[in-house]
Write a protein of this length. Structure first.
Length: 94
C-alpha cells in the first residue's frame, strides 16, 4: 500500500469511494450518486490542492483524508489552522 497525495484526475474515483463509505451525499436531479463528493474534492473553498492524501493499492484508492484550510481566532488574532475531514475507507478495504 502506498500513501500519497491525491493526483489530479483521481477525484472521480475518490468521490465513488467516499460515497460508498458514507452512503450519503446530496446529488442534484440527474447527477450521479457520487456527484456531491466530486464537488467536495474539486470545488471546496477550503481545499486548495495537495490537502487530500490517499491510500492506494493495486491501482485502486482504498481510503483518504483531507486537511481543510481554516482560520481560528486565538487571543483576538486570526491564525491559520487545518481541520481534518472526509476521512474515508472503502467498505471492502476495512
Amino acid at each position: 500500500m502506498i500513501v500519497r497525495p491525491l493526483a489530479h484526475g483521481e477525484e472521480e474515483e475518490l468521490a465513488k469511494v467516499a460515497h460508498a463509505a458514507f452512503r450519503v451525499g446530496v446529488a442534484a436531479p440527474g447527477e450521479t450518486d457520487h456527484a456531491h463528493w466530486f464537488r467536495y474534492y474539486t470545488e471546496n473553498p477550503h481545499v486548495t490542492g495537495g490537502e487530500t492524501i490517499v491510500a492506494h493499492d493495486s491501482g485502486k484508492i482504498l481510503g483518504a483524508a483531507t486537511a481543510l484550510h481554516f482560520d481560528m481566532a486565538l487571543g483576538g488574532v486570526d491564525v491559520p489552522m487545518r481541520g481534518f475531514a472526509a476521512v474515508v475507507v472503502a467498505p471492502d478495504a476495512r
